[in-house]
Write a protein that binds this ligand. Structure first.
Ligand code: SF4
Length: 291
């Protein structure tokens, strides 16, 4: 194995990305002002200056699935160690971003919901004892929803530790054959008054999303946000099943209301609920006119 090299496009300074990068986008999602895409890798385009930029750069370093981000400032060693205990990062209400993405999930984001009737994980991070302790303090995990075959991470290990039920669609079952609950059919499922599982095929044949409290959409690899262009993003080039079906599934989302878009890959976004719906409706109209 070759030793990772510093990516040439990094600007000079403490933080840099190496060729161990798999271009998963996690760092660009967490610190878009600091990290950029070069085509093959991410790179540091702006060295963090403010305390917020330093904190987000450190979060990206910790969340990176391949340890491709380095910091050569010894004064930040304690900052980096302390930042690990901030994960999972709180978003709103009982919803958290897990960080610590898994190389096996290609750096996909995963999430945690603290709920009085049992906590959920949506897709899974890599196994980490410090995360386990945090989940234990938050009440454990009762349910792990796996949106599709790619973003599974260390779900099996978390399920075994917490006695959690893994949910996956039958078309994705090959990725987690001993999952405790297999979804069947093409209908949406109101699993609990607060949890609705939406059948959103396209990226893969049995892809599902989760709508939580009609406010948070956990969209897997179905739909994301492009923070540079400030609009929705979908990955036509990484569509493994049918992009026509994916477009139908995106159109179906206009039947629902949500304010948070929380994807597996790509940017997260919080908008006013009406604004999110208006922009989604516009996207669907554009996609239809491009047919
Ligand atoms: S998080 Fe790591 S692997 Fe992912 S794009 Fe950034 S540097 Fe590359």
């Amino acid at each position: 194995m070759t030793t990772p090299q510093r990516v040439a496009e990094n600007v000079t300074g403490d933080f840099y990305v190496t060729t161990a990068c798999i271009d998963c986008g996690t760092c660009r999602m967490l610190a878009p002002d600091v990290y950029t895409e070069t085509g093959k890798y991410s790179a540091v385009r702006h060295q963090p200056q403010t305390s917020d930029e330093v904190q987000r750069s450190v979060y990206a370093l910790l969340a990176c699935p391949t340890a491709a981000i380095r910091c050569n400032n010894p004064d930040l060693k304690a900052t980096i160690q302390n930042a690990a205990s901030d994960f999972p990062l709180h978003l709103e209400g009982g919803v958290y971003y897990n960080g610590f993405t898994s190389r096996h999930a290609y750096g996909a984001s995963s999430y945690f919901i603290q709920h009085p009737d049992g906590n959920w994980m949506i897709d899974a991070p890599r196994w980490l004892p410090s995360l386990v302790k945090k989940y234990e303090a938050l009440g454990g995990i009762s349910t792990i929803l796996l949106t599709h075959q790619d973003d599974i991470g260390d779900a099996e290990r978390y399920a075994a530790h917490f006695g959690a039920k893994r949910i996956i669609h039958e078309y994705e079952k090959h990725a987690q054959p001993d999952a405790e609950h297999i979804l069947q059919g093409r209908e949406d499922i109101q699993w609990h008054p607060d949890f609705q599982i939406l059948f959103t095929p396209g990226h893969t044949k049995g892809h599902v999303s989760l709508l939580y409290k009609n406010r948070f959409l956990f969209s897997g690899d179905h739909l994301a946000w492009d923070s540079e262009r400030d609009t929705f993003k979908y990955y036509k080039e990484f569509c493994w099943y049918s992009f026509d079906v994916q477009k139908e599934s995106i159109a179906k989302l206009t039947q629902h209301r949500f304010a948070w878009l929380l994807p597996g890959h790509g940017g997260q976004k919080l908008l006013d609920e009406a604004d999110m719906h208006r922009r989604l409706t516009e996207l669907v109209a554009i996609m239809k006119s491009n047919n």
